[in-house]
Design a protein around this ligand. Sequence first.
Ligand SMILES: Nc1ncnc2c1ncn2[C@@H]1O[C@H](COP(=O)(O)OP(=O)(O)OP(=O)(O)O)[C@@H](O)[C@H]1O
Ligand code: SF4
Ligand SMILES: [Mg+2]
Length: 327
Amino acid sequence: MALLDVRNLTVDFDLGAESLRAVDDVSFTLEPGEALGIVGESGSGKTVTALSIMRLLDPRARITHGRIWFDGQDLVTQDESAMESIRGRRIGMVFQEPMTSLNPGYTVGEQVAEVYRHHLRLSHAEARRRTIEMFERVKLPGAREMFNKYPHEFSGGMRQRVTIAAALACGPSLLIADEPTTAVDVTIQAQILSLLGQLQRDMDLALLFISHDLAVVSELCTRAAVLYGARLMEVGSTDAIFTAPRHPYTDGLINSIPQRGQPLQGVPGTIFDLRTPPPGCRFHPRCAHARPLCHRDVPEFTRSPANTPGERGHVYACHYPLDSSRG
Ligand SMILES: Nc1ncnc2c1ncn2[C@@H]1O[C@H](COP(=O)(O)OP(=O)(O)OP(=O)(O)O)[C@@H](O)[C@H]1O
Ligand code: SF4
Ligand SMILES: [Mg+2]
């Protein structure tokens, strides 16, 4: 059984006179110990999907359709006290900006130790011991001395290590990391990604890794889900998606990865306003392969034959998919 089974998730924002659908009929699964990347341009619904799983949505947002099965329980129907114990204990989350989850008024050690005291009811001494152990695990140099430091005394990369320590303190089975390296420079980014990969393997963690960068996702994850304008475009193994993308948008994302010495291309055009999505395939205004049918009908998901090597569970929503033998 999948550890996480998101089915037809739909999230609407009520913005007074207007409303918008930030996540539209999105489904994917994550097996225990597996790493799945969610990729897409800014505004495609990646964070809203993650916050739906954590049930930490903005008060103006509501899950209007769908189920989020986690370890056999539907998170959509859990009350706040049930979610409070699931968060932190069974699902950890790391945000883009570490200061979102750190309190500037407390030492980093106290903040992580509090997670142990609150969720596992450990004594002060035991919580401190476990925190230092966790700091070593996330490779914070001089873990013992770090305990009494305040967040402002840390660099962005060190702060992100602290939030990873806090997210993993109670040994969750799922870690959600939402663009965890956007706020740090490239060298630190590589270190944090390698740490996440190592922790995922060592702790047998399922990882839901969110990024706008398909290259990073392909390093860390075995599967990827591509979102565009609140909808899922393609899901499959990172191998299949990279070597033989079937959806033109995925192909555009791959082509936008900068090659050595070449400028960043980007997918031509800009994402539409979610308040007024285009009819038919919502990628059609930017798609070089669009034909009249694309302007009119929403494409259904097609599954590649299961016996095609590297394409297990490869699905895509396109009327005129790219040729799978190109790669
Ligand atoms: N608090 C909010 N109030 C109103 N609309 C919101 C809010 N948060 C998100 N949205 C809407 O939902 C859409 C999806 O937002 P989301 O934050 O999930 O995008 P994202 O894919 O995480 O983008 P990014 O890469 O920039 O983080 C946005 O385009 C925006 O229209
Ligand atoms: S359905 Fe049509 S417009 Fe949409 S991605 Fe496929 S070819 Fe392009
Ligand atoms: Mg986001």
